[in-house]
Design a protein around this ligand. Sequence first.
Ligand code: URA
Length: 263
Amino acid sequence: MSELDDPHAELAAIAAGVRQHLLEEHDLGGAGLPAVAVPAPPRAQAAPARPQASLAAVTPAGPAAIAPAAASDKVARLQLLAEQAASCDACALHEKRKQAVFARGDPSSPLVFVGEGPGRDEDRLGEPFVGKAGQLLDRMIAAMGFERDAVYICNVVKCRPPDNRTPRPEEALACARFLVPQVQIVAPRVIVALGRCAAENLGVAEAAGPWRGRWGSFQGIDVMPTFHPAYLLRSPQYKRTVWEDLQKVMARFGFGPTPGGAA
Ligand code: URA
């Protein structure tokens, strides 16, 4: 009898999957399964109006300018953008890059994560979030119930800032020629902005004051700003806070509890 035909083996596999999910959730500070299933909130929740930051302000076209694309069309358009990024010299960051780092994951995903910029490992390997912070991000994604490659991941800037410093406003602005159409083409339902740099550049955080955990909007797409995984590596006491932010995102997709209420 194959494992697929054996109900005991199948149950054991499901139990192992649930256990793994709970371990990952626990790793992020979660409290495990809720005792009572909490119904998902209605989808329509108006994002609060926020002042637009640099990238949104310079964008010539809103989402309506780009018609919904077939998956193969998306891939072709993103490929073209990635090729342009690979030879871009619009800001000083190109001088020290090994390669531009465009994105990883599924371009048809309803969930996009936007980070700050490639680090040393990403610059070397050409993929975003492959270092220690990326491994934590992968665990966060798994705890949310998504496959690693079922989401789409990119950064505000595509070239590594020296010494992993935060990208300067003029560098983020120069790279908006890639990030803005990239997000428009993928057209996700939700963006998670990882860290203040991504949140500010997507126009969902003021330059000062509290900025994470509240829904914002970038060109009509809901954005949840939360702490960057690299910050969590240094300050693990905020894992629980990030997990609460991610649960608000999960609630948008109709699963998971909504502690403290969404938005
Ligand atoms: N930090 C980021 O913001 N992006 C990466 O790709 C890696 C680390």
